[in-house]
Design a protein around this ligand. Structure first.
Ligand code: 0O2
Length: 202
């Protein structure tokens, strides 16, 4: 398989989506209002991870592009839980992409304790052979949710998906603590934002 050629449009989609989302952040900053976006990251799933996921889900090689929805992935990290839904609404209203599916793991956390809002989108990329519609996953989460997910992801990697039950329990408790932190921060959101506006003016 010519992976370089297959993955090129995915890489293009990730770069373009990052630019566009960074544009939203810059616009908020110009208007010196609170930006719902703290930072943005993106990646194309590495080939070994694509093959591993395909194998574990028994997806044949020629079906990978149809079946794997997160080959292209962009992550939007926010300060507050409310900000997640501001971004979701903004993405829903865009005319340069279409939404295939939404998964709200913010209100309905996963069994692991994972929280995040996922939007599976179709994004048109202009190639020299014409337009290719690329499927991408946008993950939107708070800083606290991101902290938890990053650590859990590392542990999953370390234990090859079989995290010992004692650590799993600790992770569940950490997920609850992260959720409480988000709740507490939301309750003093106005105070925090006022402080940040003053800081921004200086
Ligand atoms: P990587 O290394 O981040 O690429 P589903 O069949 O819907 O349960 P699916 O189709 O994989 O699962 O979609 P889902 O649930 O939207 O998950 C896609 C990605 O979300 C994952 O990609 C992770 O990035 C993230 N994710 C989902 N669940 C968890 C979790 O419990 N913990 C952490 N840390 N991340 C999670 P990959 O391919 O698993 O990993």
């Amino acid at each position: 398989m010519n992976w370089k050629a297959i993955l090129a449009p995915y890489s293009q989609a990730v770069e373009e989506l990052k630019v566009k989302l960074k544009g939203i952040r810059a616009q908020f900053e110009h208007e010196s209002s609170h930006s719902p976006i703290e930072f943005i990251t993106g990646r194309v799933k590495p080939i070994p991870s694509i093959l591993e996921k395909a194998e574990s889900r028994r997806i044949p090689l020629d079906r990978i592009e149809e079946e794997l929805q997160d080959i292209a992935g962009v992550r939007v990290v926010c300060q507050f839980v409310d900000d997640i839904y501001t971004i979701v609404k903004m993405i829903r209203s865009r005319e340069d992409l279409s939404i295939i599916e939404e998964k709200d793991y913010v209100t309905e956390k996963k069994e692991s304790g994972y929280r995040s809002f996922h939007m599976i989108i179709e994004y048109p990329v202009e190639t020299i052979h014409g337009v290719k519609k690329v499927v991408a996953e946008i993950q939107i989460r708070t800083l606290a949710m991101n902290f938890w997910a990053t650590n859990e992801h590392s542990l999953n990697y370390k234990y090859k998906g079989r995290i010992p039950s004692e650590i799993k329990e600790r992770l569940q408790r950490a997920a609850e603590a992260a959720f409480k932190l988000d709740e507490e921060m939301s309750s003093i959101k106005n105070e925090v934002q006022e402080a940040q506006r003053i800081f921004h003016r200086k």
